[in-house]
Design a protein around this ligand. Structure first.
Ligand code: ADP
Ligand code: MG
Length: 321
């Protein structure tokens, strides 16, 4: 039987970059780049709530870090490193090896080494907690409270595929292998928009990553900034996996679907070309979906030119009954 310390040594200990003290001491140590602030964020993933118990462990390792890197991206921060808390029902080594591979591969891709963590036995389900640290110049952080009336609203990538995959895998919809094949990667292997977030520093005003649904997450930006939004449904970058759904299901997936991990951000219309240039440098498509309005609330103009009457709701762990 491998001990706790064997598992940590085998799967979670790797040489730390120069200047960093990684796994093995009471704390990790890393230098703060001069003139920068530390951006930090934590996400907790619980089996049955955030992932299916039979999910590919390599994909789960990837996603555990990806959802955190997405928060750094939404702040415009450059990743420094991360820590990982694991509550494991059992020490399943092939599972751990695959999980660690998915985690480390994404960490390497974004220069975000695993610096430490905690490993315990869980009496219940698997739980994974990742905390990331990044650096951002104080005047370049993409805060939620920085949207201004007249700003153009943008979203990266496409919307809806992860929601479609979730509903199919969850059995909410009849089996549809072709659609699932189109959608599944978006749910299990989200690509955090880290390069885009940094490229938008000094260009975009406010930003958020779409984890609980576009309208709900944009709503947080609007509330923090004291403004509203006018959006155009036709301008939304709907994922191919949404095509052919009923109009209501498509609107729910695009406007209310969670787990997209795209960036929604605002910028002055005068900076349109700078936004497009940042997107081109990051290699991520962006779509202009509407404008910030001084009047509060969200209005989505439908394909018929009329405001959509029923707007989808996003995800809430504790919905008011
Ligand atoms: P402590 O008793 O101080 O919490 P531990 O014995 O829990 O230390 O951990 C030993 C070392 O291994 C620490 O440096 C800790 O950060 C690291 N560590 C433990 N679990 C993990 C993990 N899942 N991933 C990365 N590092 C880990
Ligand atoms: Mg510990």
């Amino acid at each position: 039987m491998a001990s706790e310390f064997d598992l940590i040594a085998r799967y979670f200990t790797r040489p730390a970059p120069a200047g960093m003290l990684g796994v093995g001491d009471d704390c990790a140590l890393f230098p703060v780049p001069p003139g920068m602030q530390i951006a930090t964020s934590t996400d907790l993933l619980i089996q049955g709530r955030h992932f299916f118990s039979d999910v590919d462990p390599r994909a789960l390792g990837h996603k555990s870090l990806a959802v955190n890197l997405s928060d750094l991206a939404a702040m415009g921060a450059r990743p420094i490193g991360c820590v990982l808390g694991l509550a494991l029902p059992r020490a399943d080594e092939p599972w751990l090896a695959a999980f660690a591979r998915g985690f480390h591969d994404l960490a390497d891709e974004h220069g975000c080494p695993l610096m430490g963590g905690d490993t315990t036995r869980s009496l219940h389900d698997l739980a994974i907690s990742v905390t990331v640290f990044g650096a951002v110049a104080p005047d370049q952080a993409l805060r939620r409270d920085a949207a201004r009336a007249g700003d153009q609203i943008w979203v990266s990538g496409t919307l809806g595929a992860a929601d479609v995959a979730f509903r199919l895998l969850d059995g909410q919809w009849p089996a549809d292998a072709a659609r699932l094949a189109q959608a599944r990667r978006a749910l299990e292997w989200p690509q955090p928009r880290v390069a885009l977030g940094q490229a938008l520093g000094g260009v975009a005003h406010a930003a958020i990553d779409v984890s609980d649904g576009l309208l709900q997450d944009l709503g947080h930006v609007l509330a923090a900034s004291g403004v509203g939004a006018r959006l155009h449904y036709d301008a939304m970058p709907a994922a191919p996996a949404v095509r052919g759904l009923s109009p209501a299901a498509a609107a729910q997936a695009v406007l209310g679907g969670g787990d997209a991990y795209e960036l929604c951000f605002t910028a002055s219309p005068a900076d349109r070309d700078r936004v497009l240039d940042a997107a081109a440098r990051a290699g991520v498509p962006v779509a202009s979906i509407g404008f910030i309005d001084p009047r509060p609330g969200i209005v989505v103009m439908g394909a018929d030119g009329q405001p959509m009457a029923e707007l989808p709701r996003g995800f809430d762990h504790f919905p008011a009954s």
